[in-house]
Ligand binder design. Structure first.
Ligand code: SF4
Length: 348
């Protein structure tokens, strides 16, 4: 009797590894569909579109691009709500920054498994490589992901399968173990060779991890937000705003988000109504959002900082419009802060 065609769901991040893993399994005649999870912290996408310095780079969603190259369907799933629990209370703790990589992997594989079961698929594949990342891709943490996600031996890592015990798809003969790989370590040389052999050239090469949580500056801003609010919580808007602008905290009870360029100005415009905000009227300058509560003296200070980043920075007086969140606006005429008057410690 002919065997039914087996189906695998591939975690697709948009990077090279997950693309190659899916490709190896497709090559074995398995039906593959991709899943890309949106946590809110992904480096992908809109931050590149906002900032000018990234303008030369093509604006594309790399996960969609990968799916297109592979000719597979991609399911983009918003997990930003349930992901909060992963980030706020990681069972296995954080990596070098606020990256809960091991819990994150467990979570994503578990979600993929649920999808697999709901859609009649047979196994899950990931682009993990043994020893590539210090927290989640180690010989001792691989079984943790397989066990805690509930996937057990339905989780196949095609790029390093030969270094691991055979999984169900290999034992059942759905997949030929001999045609899987034995990649390990941090070098990407073999992956890049393989990509070129497949005729793939224009793939994304993320410098750090797959999300902002591995970034020290971003993690510092998130920790500051939790400290200032006195609780570890966040909304999607909070974490989007941490990706944009200069963040300056002159007082514990409020911070300023100052646009650095036109694109950021436009992005912050979208949040104007939800924050007390300031902008210069006598000179061109940035939009500044004020997050927190501010007294009269605080508003004056905020206006002076806003003026500092405007084209009136060397003028004696700059006129700043202050629009309070509660409604009502007025103009303050202030002396811009001097170059050295903003202490480094205020920058979050
Ligand atoms: S880098 Fe981010 S998305 Fe990737 S495993 Fe770590 S926490 Fe998860």
């Amino acid at each position: 009797m002919p065997q039914p065609q087996r189906k695998a769901v591939a975690l697709i991040s948009g990077g090279l590894d997950s693309m190659l893993a899916a490709r190896l399994i497709l090559d074995q005649g398995i039906h593959v569909e991709g899943i890309n999870f949106f946590t809110g912290f992904c480096v992908e996408g809109h931050t590149h579109a906002i900032r000018k310095r990234d303008r030369a780079r093509p604006k594309r969603n790399n996960a969609l691009w990968v799916a297109e190259q592979l000719g597979i369907r991609l399911h983009i799933i918003d997990v930003s709500e349930p992901y909060k629990e992963v980030l706020l209370n990681p069972r296995h703790g954080y990596g070098a920054n606020l990256n809960p990589c091991l819990d994150c992997k467990v979570f994503m594989v578990r979600k993929a498994l649920e999808w697999m079961e709901a859609n009649g698929f047979d196994f899950v594949i990931t682009g993990e490589v043994l020893g590539q990342r210090p927290m989640s891709q180690r010989r001792d943490t691989f079984p943790v992901v397989a066990r805690e996600s509930g996937a057990h031996d339905r989780l196949l890592r095609p790029l390093c399968a030969k270094l691991l015990p055979p999984t169900l798809p290999e034992r059942e003969g759905w997949v030929d173990r001999e045609r899987l790989l034995d990649l390990s370590g941090r070098s990407r040389k073999r992956q890049i060779e393989l990509a070129h052999r497949y005729g793939l050239h224009d793939f994304a090469q993320p410098a750090g991890g797959c999300c902002f949580l591995t970034d020290a500056a971003y993690s510092a801003k998130l920790a500051d937000l939790w400290r200032a609010r006195g609780r570890r919580d966040y909304t999607l808007d909070d974490i989007m705003l941490l990706k944009v602008g200069r963040h300056i905290r002159p007082r514990p009870h409020f911070k300023l988000i100052v646009a650095r360029e036109e694109g950021e100005n436009r992005f912050l415009e979208g949040y104007r109504r939800r924050f007390t905000h300031l902008y210069t009227v006598s000179h061109k300058g940035p939009l500044t959002l004020l997050d927190g509560e501010a007294s009269e003296a605080d508003l004056e200070l905020a206006a002076r900082i806003t003026a500092r980043f405007s084209q009136g920075r060397d003028a004696e007086r700059v006129e700043v419009e202050v629009v309070e969140r509660a409604g009502g606006s007025r103009r303050l005429t202030v002396a811009p802060m001097g170059r050295d008057e903003i202490p480094q410690g205020w920058y979050v």
